[in-house]
Design a protein around this ligand. Structure first.
Ligand code: PNS
Length: 172
């Protein structure tokens, strides 16, 4: 009997994708046949990058990986997951601080659909303190973010913050 392809959705804002996300995706690929990285399109939440650019950066990062698809969605995550034939939602968990929110989301998603399981992977130790927001903050002031994001993301961040490249100054 032919085995059905095991698909997981890896949802998020990805504003922008970080190496912490990539770590979760790489490990998720060892469990699932295909991972759909799904960027949330939330018109009421303006990010640094428009969703189209976030998707383009992720596509560029994974251009040589045929088990990865990049897409965007809005509306309910579990509805999107069912529509895409996914059996799971993949999420990374960093420190305890992530737990409450993730637990709440997983329980809500389970209440909304029993067809989709939430699978958590613990973030690798070296990425525990990595987040899109802290990377954006460092990049904004010209901090070196090498090794925290992929090359396509690094280039886009540098392009975005070109005008802020000055070093710290005293304001007094
Ligand atoms: O990277 P993020 O911002 O932590 O990702 C959050 C995301 C996209 C997973 C979450 O906001 C989401 O699933 N939004 C879709 C709306 C939804 O399904 N909400 C019900 C579950 S709480």
């Amino acid at each position: 009997m032919e085995q059905k392809e095991k698909i997981a959705i890896y949802p998020g804002s990805f504003d922008p994708l970080t190496n912490g996300h990539i770590d979760i995706i790489d490990r998720g690929r060892k469990i699932f046949d295909k991972i759909i990285i799904a960027v949330l399109h939330n018109p009421s939440k303006k990010g640094l990058f428009p969703v189209k650019e976030r998707v383009a950066m992720i596509k560029e990062t994974f251009k040589n990986s045929n088990s990865i698809e990049v897409d965007s969605f809005d509306g309910l995550l579990v509805e999107y997951a069912e529509m895409r034939g996914a059996i799971a939602v993949l999420r990374g968990m960093r420190a305890i601080s992530d737990f409450e929110n993730e637990f709440q989301m997983a329980l809500m998603n389970r209440r909304l659909s029993r067809k989709v399981q939430t699978v958590f992977l613990m973030t690798g130790l070296r990425w525990i303190f990595t987040s899109s927001s802290i990377i954006k903050e460092a990049a904004q002031f010209g901090g070196d973010i090498t090794g925290m994001v992929s090359n396509p993301v690094k280039l886009k961040l540098e392009e975005k913050f070109e005008k802020f490249k000055n070093r710290a100054t005293r304001t007094k």
